[in-house]
Ligand binder design. Structure first.
Ligand SMILES: [Zn+2]
Length: 213
Protein backbone atom coordinates (compact mmCIF):
# COMPACT_ATOMS: atom_id res chain seq x y z
CA UNK A 1 0.00 0.00 0.00
CA UNK A 2 1.63 3.18 -1.10
CA UNK A 3 0.55 6.69 -0.28
CA UNK A 4 -0.02 9.32 -2.93
CA UNK A 5 3.51 10.63 -2.46
CA UNK A 6 5.17 7.53 -3.91
CA UNK A 7 8.79 6.57 -3.40
CA UNK A 8 10.69 9.70 -4.42
CA UNK A 9 12.57 11.69 -1.75
CA UNK A 10 10.82 14.76 -0.38
CA UNK A 11 12.39 17.90 -1.85
CA UNK A 12 11.95 21.45 -0.55
CA UNK A 13 12.96 24.17 -2.98
CA UNK A 14 13.40 27.74 -1.66
CA UNK A 15 12.58 30.06 -4.49
CA UNK A 16 12.15 33.75 -5.23
CA UNK A 17 10.25 33.00 -8.44
CA UNK A 18 7.12 31.64 -6.80
CA UNK A 19 4.43 33.75 -5.14
CA UNK A 20 2.87 30.91 -3.10
CA UNK A 21 4.06 28.01 -0.97
CA UNK A 22 3.11 24.85 -2.86
CA UNK A 23 3.29 21.21 -1.78
CA UNK A 24 2.50 17.75 -3.03
CA UNK A 25 2.38 16.36 0.50
CA UNK A 26 -1.09 16.56 2.03
CA UNK A 27 0.05 14.80 5.20
CA UNK A 28 2.33 17.75 6.07
CA UNK A 29 -0.56 20.22 6.32
CA UNK A 30 -1.41 20.96 9.96
CA UNK A 31 -4.66 22.65 8.88
CA UNK A 32 -6.37 21.82 5.62
CA UNK A 33 -9.39 23.02 3.67
CA UNK A 34 -10.26 21.54 0.28
CA UNK A 35 -10.51 24.06 -2.55
CA UNK A 36 -13.72 23.50 -4.50
CA UNK A 37 -13.49 24.52 -7.24
CA UNK A 38 -9.68 24.24 -7.42
CA UNK A 39 -7.48 27.33 -7.73
CA UNK A 40 -5.42 27.31 -10.90
CA UNK A 41 -1.76 28.33 -10.75
CA UNK A 42 0.26 29.59 -13.68
CA UNK A 43 3.83 28.51 -14.26
CA UNK A 44 6.57 30.55 -15.93
CA UNK A 45 6.19 28.46 -19.09
CA UNK A 46 2.47 29.33 -19.34
CA UNK A 47 1.18 26.01 -18.02
CA UNK A 48 -1.71 25.88 -15.56
CA UNK A 49 -2.24 23.34 -12.82
CA UNK A 50 -4.88 23.00 -10.11
CA UNK A 51 -4.39 23.42 -6.36
CA UNK A 52 -6.95 21.29 -4.54
CA UNK A 53 -6.45 22.36 -0.92
CA UNK A 54 -5.00 25.08 1.29
CA UNK A 55 -3.77 25.42 4.87
CA UNK A 56 -0.74 25.63 7.14
CA UNK A 57 2.15 23.49 5.94
CA UNK A 58 4.88 22.18 8.24
CA UNK A 59 8.34 21.88 6.67
CA UNK A 60 11.74 21.08 8.16
CA UNK A 61 14.73 23.35 7.61
CA UNK A 62 18.17 21.97 8.41
CA UNK A 63 20.15 23.75 11.12
CA UNK A 64 23.50 22.97 12.69
CA UNK A 65 22.02 20.62 15.27
CA UNK A 66 19.30 18.97 13.21
CA UNK A 67 16.13 20.51 11.86
CA UNK A 68 13.79 23.35 12.72
CA UNK A 69 10.09 23.03 11.99
CA UNK A 70 8.77 25.99 10.03
CA UNK A 71 5.05 26.56 9.52
CA UNK A 72 4.14 28.08 6.16
CA UNK A 73 0.81 29.93 6.07
CA UNK A 74 -1.65 29.83 3.16
CA UNK A 75 0.19 27.00 1.42
CA UNK A 76 -1.46 25.27 -1.50
CA UNK A 77 -1.75 21.52 -2.00
CA UNK A 78 -1.41 20.28 -5.55
CA UNK A 79 -0.82 16.88 -7.09
CA UNK A 80 0.80 18.50 -10.12
CA UNK A 81 4.27 19.17 -8.67
CA UNK A 82 6.58 16.56 -7.21
CA UNK A 83 8.08 18.65 -4.38
CA UNK A 84 7.58 21.53 -1.94
CA UNK A 85 8.07 25.03 -3.28
CA UNK A 86 8.79 27.57 -0.53
CA UNK A 87 8.09 31.16 -1.56
CA UNK A 88 10.82 33.47 -0.21
CA UNK A 89 8.58 36.42 -1.15
CA UNK A 90 5.76 35.08 1.03
CA UNK A 91 8.21 34.52 3.93
CA UNK A 92 9.55 38.07 3.53
CA UNK A 93 5.99 39.41 3.65
CA UNK A 94 5.51 37.65 6.99
CA UNK A 95 8.67 39.23 8.38
CA UNK A 96 11.21 36.46 7.90
CA UNK A 97 14.78 37.28 6.84
CA UNK A 98 16.72 35.41 4.17
CA UNK A 99 20.42 35.99 3.55
CA UNK A 100 22.22 34.39 0.64
CA UNK A 101 26.00 34.06 0.56
CA UNK A 102 28.85 31.65 1.11
CA UNK A 103 26.94 28.84 -0.68
CA UNK A 104 24.06 29.00 1.80
CA UNK A 105 20.63 30.50 2.20
CA UNK A 106 20.26 31.48 5.86
CA UNK A 107 16.76 31.90 7.22
CA UNK A 108 15.88 33.90 10.35
CA UNK A 109 12.51 34.32 12.05
CA UNK A 110 10.73 37.72 12.33
CA UNK A 111 12.18 38.08 15.86
CA UNK A 112 15.70 37.35 14.63
CA UNK A 113 16.08 33.73 15.72
CA UNK A 114 18.08 31.56 13.39
CA UNK A 115 15.83 28.96 11.76
CA UNK A 116 18.25 27.15 9.52
CA UNK A 117 20.42 27.17 6.46
CA UNK A 118 19.94 25.59 3.06
CA UNK A 119 22.97 24.69 0.98
CA UNK A 120 23.24 25.71 -2.65
CA UNK A 121 23.33 22.72 -4.99
CA UNK A 122 25.63 22.42 -8.00
CA UNK A 123 22.61 23.44 -10.11
CA UNK A 124 22.48 26.73 -8.14
CA UNK A 125 19.29 25.84 -6.31
CA UNK A 126 18.61 26.20 -2.60
CA UNK A 127 17.20 22.76 -2.06
CA UNK A 128 16.68 20.34 0.83
CA UNK A 129 16.17 16.62 0.20
CA UNK A 130 14.64 14.66 3.06
CA UNK A 131 14.68 10.95 3.61
CA UNK A 132 11.72 9.49 1.77
CA UNK A 133 10.74 7.25 4.68
CA UNK A 134 9.18 10.07 6.70
CA UNK A 135 6.68 10.60 3.94
CA UNK A 136 6.26 7.11 2.64
CA UNK A 137 5.14 5.54 5.92
CA UNK A 138 1.54 6.15 6.83
CA UNK A 139 0.13 5.74 10.34
CA UNK A 140 -3.29 4.08 10.41
CA UNK A 141 -5.64 3.14 13.21
CA UNK A 142 -6.81 -0.46 13.47
CA UNK A 143 -10.22 0.47 12.06
CA UNK A 144 -8.78 2.53 9.19
CA UNK A 145 -6.68 -0.50 8.24
CA UNK A 146 -9.75 -2.75 8.45
CA UNK A 147 -11.65 -0.44 6.05
CA UNK A 148 -8.74 0.06 3.64
CA UNK A 149 -8.31 -3.70 3.31
CA UNK A 150 -11.90 -4.29 2.34
CA UNK A 151 -13.25 -5.07 5.87
CA UNK A 152 -11.27 -8.27 6.42
CA UNK A 153 -10.95 -9.63 9.97
CA UNK A 154 -8.97 -7.21 12.15
CA UNK A 155 -6.57 -9.91 13.37
CA UNK A 156 -5.79 -10.83 9.75
CA UNK A 157 -5.24 -7.18 8.83
CA UNK A 158 -2.79 -6.72 11.72
CA UNK A 159 -0.94 -9.91 10.78
CA UNK A 160 -0.36 -8.53 7.26
CA UNK A 161 1.52 -5.60 8.78
CA UNK A 162 3.35 -7.62 11.45
CA UNK A 163 4.55 -10.13 8.87
CA UNK A 164 5.78 -7.37 6.57
CA UNK A 165 3.38 -8.38 3.78
CA UNK A 166 2.13 -4.79 3.75
CA UNK A 167 4.83 -2.15 3.95
CA UNK A 168 4.81 1.63 4.34
CA UNK A 169 1.97 1.45 6.84
CA UNK A 170 2.37 1.60 10.61
CA UNK A 171 -0.35 0.69 13.05
CA UNK A 172 -1.18 3.37 15.61
CA UNK A 173 -0.42 1.48 18.85
CA UNK A 174 -2.98 3.54 20.80
CA UNK A 175 -5.84 2.78 18.39
CA UNK A 176 -8.54 0.38 19.53
CA UNK A 177 -10.77 -2.11 17.84
CA UNK A 178 -14.31 -0.79 17.46
CA UNK A 179 -17.54 -1.93 15.87
CA UNK A 180 -17.76 -1.32 12.14
CA UNK A 181 -21.17 -0.21 10.86
CA UNK A 182 -20.45 -1.48 7.35
CA UNK A 183 -19.60 -4.95 8.66
CA UNK A 184 -22.67 -5.08 10.93
CA UNK A 185 -24.89 -4.11 8.01
CA UNK A 186 -23.31 -6.65 5.68
CA UNK A 187 -23.50 -9.49 8.20
CA UNK A 188 -27.17 -8.74 8.80
CA UNK A 189 -28.06 -8.80 5.12
CA UNK A 190 -25.78 -11.32 3.45
CA UNK A 191 -26.87 -14.83 2.58
CA UNK A 192 -25.62 -17.40 5.08
CA UNK A 193 -22.48 -19.23 3.95
CA UNK A 194 -22.68 -22.92 4.94
CA UNK A 195 -19.87 -24.28 7.10
CA UNK A 196 -19.73 -27.41 4.94
CA UNK A 197 -19.37 -27.32 1.16
CA UNK A 198 -22.63 -28.28 -0.50
CA UNK A 199 -21.69 -27.90 -4.18
CA UNK A 200 -18.66 -29.16 -6.15
CA UNK A 201 -15.57 -26.93 -5.86
CA UNK A 202 -14.60 -24.67 -8.77
CA UNK A 203 -12.97 -26.78 -11.46
CA UNK A 204 -11.21 -24.11 -13.52
CA UNK A 205 -9.12 -21.06 -12.82
CA UNK A 206 -11.40 -18.00 -12.94
CA UNK A 207 -14.60 -19.88 -11.99
CA UNK A 208 -16.96 -18.16 -9.57
CA UNK A 209 -16.15 -18.90 -5.92
CA UNK A 210 -17.75 -17.89 -2.61
CA UNK A 211 -15.82 -17.20 0.57
CA UNK A 212 -16.61 -16.00 4.06
CA UNK A 213 -13.86 -13.68 5.32
ZN1 LIG B 1 -15.83 -3.33 8.48
Amino acid sequence: MSSEEGDTPCVELFDLGTTRHISLYKADFTTYSPLMPPVFLNTANQQRFPAVGTGKLAIHVPNRRGETELILNDALHTLSVGYILVSLGALDEEGYYAHIGGSYLELDSPCGEHIGCVARTHKRLYKVSHDESAHAVEMLTVMELHCRLGHIAISSACKLIESGTITKVNLDPSSKEATCDACIFTCATRQPVPKVRISPPAQNFGDEIHTDV
